[in-house]
Design a protein around this ligand. Sequence first.
Ligand SMILES: C[S@@+](CC[C@H](N)C(=O)[O-])C[C@H]1O[C@@H](n2cnc3c(N)ncnc32)[C@H](O)[C@@H]1O
Length: 233
Amino acid sequence: MRNEMMYRPVLKDEIIELLRHRQPEMSGKVGKVQEEAKETGVPVIPNETATFLRFFLKQIKAKNVLEIGTAIGFSASLMIEAMGKDSHVTTIDRFDVMIRRAKNTFEQLEIEDQVTLLEGDAKDLLGTLDEPYDFIFMDSAKSKYIEFLPECLRLVKTGGVIMIDDVFQAGTVMHDIKDIPKSQRTIYRKLNQLYDTVLGNEDLSVTILPLGDGVLMISKEVDNVHLKSDKGM
Ligand SMILES: C[S@@+](CC[C@H](N)C(=O)[O-])C[C@H]1O[C@@H](n2cnc3c(N)ncnc32)[C@H](O)[C@@H]1O
């Protein structure tokens, strides 16, 4: 379950030290969940990404969030804390062990009323949703991001933001495919397809941030986004 890429940082050690360790870790009950994830080796967003996420959600005044990839509910709890009492997170996970632990987290933090945990594969569940979300956080299997993107663009409101975690593969996404081990070529291809699809698309505003193993931020600028190879959504 350990996210190896977190231990292959793309930045200088001292910058990692500043971003990951000098920025304070989360405090209170959310801090306890962060601690539990670390102690039990659950791959949750690193501290610099958590710090950014908390900051950003407050700035955009998000109230209604969709997350793909709950794990033990660390990022979902953090997002609820950042957005306040009148907010809601719908979060999806397919792994029973994580689902059990996430339910426990939400109970402990007394935020069950603010969280809807959908159990199953995002591939099957995304099509059943139709709320406009202010913000969508994709933090699941990297090879599926490109597959989930059209549904996420349908579900995010115009002017809303999709944040995608772990898009660098420690920088190997920029290597020649010949140098990529065969076992990692699907992820390599799918992440590059994701970049090709969103970068330069005039219906989107996009930026890449070197937080953790890379974060891609996509804002939906128009109601009907046209992606290469589809007829719009
Ligand atoms: C990196 S962890 C999520 C960490 C969490 N966002 C946090 O920072 O606290 C990824 C999770 O995504 C789930 N996942 C991966 N692919 C999925 C899919 N297709 N549908 C639903 N869940 C998925 C895994 O079971 C795992 O619990």
